[in-house]
Design a protein around this ligand. Structure first.
Ligand SMILES: *Cc1c(COP(=O)(O)O)cnc(C)c1O
Length: 394
């Protein structure tokens, strides 16, 4: 089995570039240039330097002693929560902004649901002094006011998407419309391993720094450069792709992807794409998505805004279908409980997204000799309102 993208941008049956003709030039320009630029010495030097000095990498691989005792195994946390801006998303936005600069793009567009990718994009645009426009559903703008304020303070223009359900998929439509209208000077900065080829491959490569660091950190801490299990939450799938990347071909490593079950997959309020989704095309790629019998996208639900996405990247659809990945789900409630548990045992308040990965600990059997890595994708500051509400209800 092969887990690398092929020439046409496919992972097994999934991926590709299903785009309107008017986007062909833009996407093709990126496809023709991304690998060459990314592999150049000049790019690598600037990327590595920024990851170190600006983002704060390498992030620690922390042995969580009390959590390990509770589950009678060896649990390590890959601390992406300690990155500048509080999550893994910055790894990708730094990479893409350097690429955009080398392609002489002057104007950056992005779409965002919860605002996390919008903030990471606005951050690197400020850093590089580039114009930044972030499309966001009108409803999300109201729901995510602190992130909207951050983007504005960073100098981005936040444009509301007022059509359809006024959420992420509508913001995506607006961003694509903008790119079609501005094909020469504009770069579309996508925030996860989704979208038409080459985005999923490119974003996975930028996030692969996570598993690259894990290899040397595990070697140092355990005497072996691979763990028995890696657990990561999956919205679009970028933090999981980064955590799995250098282990995709190592069958000794079990890759565990955790989706958001929301209120439960038997209800309508869920974001567990591989469980209830079917094959189709979303955001320019063939993958699994939540859709009705007419092929219209179903609104997802998760308590965590970052997992509230109706699709999953094509790599993950392939890992699911091929059986290479183990896909499980955590409900809203299980994630909240897991977030409190990590806070009390280790003094770390995780993002609600990452808490879904932590909740999976209760659903997996571990041996005392095993080494388990959980990718702690982000910190919980942004979720304090939700956490406090839960405390008040107890
Ligand atoms: C955005 C986000 C996610 C989900 O995105 P992926 O592309 O699936 O990684 C997970 N965790 C945090 C903290 C996020 O901000």
């Amino acid at each position: 089995m092969n887990y690398e993208v092929n020439e046409q941008g496919f992972y097994g049956d999934f991926g590709g570039a299903f785009i309107p003709e008017m986007l062909y030039h833009n996407v093709n320009e990126l496809k023709e240039n991304y690998l060459q630029i990314m592999e150049s010495k000049d790019f690598q030097e600037e990327f590595k330097d920024l990851l170190k000095e600006y983002v704060g990498r390498p992030t620690p691989l922390y042995f969580a002693k009390r959590l390990s005792e509770k589950y009678n195994t060896n649990i390590f946390l890959k601390r992406e929560d300690l990155n500048h801006t509080g999550a893994h998303k910055i790894n990708n936005t730094i990479g893409q902004i350097l690429l955009a600069k080398r392609m002489n793009k002057k104007r950056i567009i992005a779409e965002t649901g919860a605002g996390q990718h919008g903030v990471a994009t606005a951050t690197v645009c400020a850093l590089m002094n580039l114009e930044c426009i972030v499309y966001m559903g009108e409803i999300d703008i109201k729901r995510q006011a602190p992130n909207v304020a951050r983007m504005k303070m960073l100098g981005a223009e936040v444009r509301p998407a007022t059509s359809g359900s006024k959420t992420l998929k509508d913001a995506t439509n607006e961003a694509i419309r903008d790119w079609i209208a501005n094909p020469v000077d504009t770069y579309y900065l996508i925030g996860s391993v989704v979208g038409p080829h080459p985005y999923p491959d490119m974003v996975a490569r930028f996030q692969s720094i996570i598993s690259k660091e894990m290899k040397s950190q595990l070697q140092e801490k355990t005497g072996r450069d691979y763990p028995d299990k890696i657990i990561a939450c999956v919205g679009g799938g970028s933090n999981a792709a980064g955590a799995f990347y250098h282990y995709l071909d190592n069958e000794k490593v079990e890759l565990i992807a955790v989706e958001a079950d929301g209120l439960g997959i038997e209800t309508d309020k869920t974001a567990a794409t591989t469980q209830i989704g079917t094959e189709g095309i979303i955001h320019g790629s063939k993958t699994l998505l939540m859709q009705n019998s007419e092929g219209q996208i179903k609104e997802p639900h998760s308590i965590s805004a970052g997992l509230d996405y109706p699709g999953v990247g094509p790599l993950h659809a392939h890992l699911f279908k091929s059986g290479r990945g183990t896909f499980i789900g955590s409900t809203d409630k299980e994630a909240l409980t897991a977030a409190y548990q990590l806070t009390k045992l280790e003094g770390i308040i995780p993002a609600l997204e990452s808490a879904h990965a932590l909740a999976a600990l209760d659903k997996i059997e571990f041996k005392p000799t095993e080494n388990v890595v959980i990718n702690l994708s982000g910190r919980g500051d942004k979720d304090m309102e939700t956490y406090i509400k839960m405390m008040d209800n107890e």
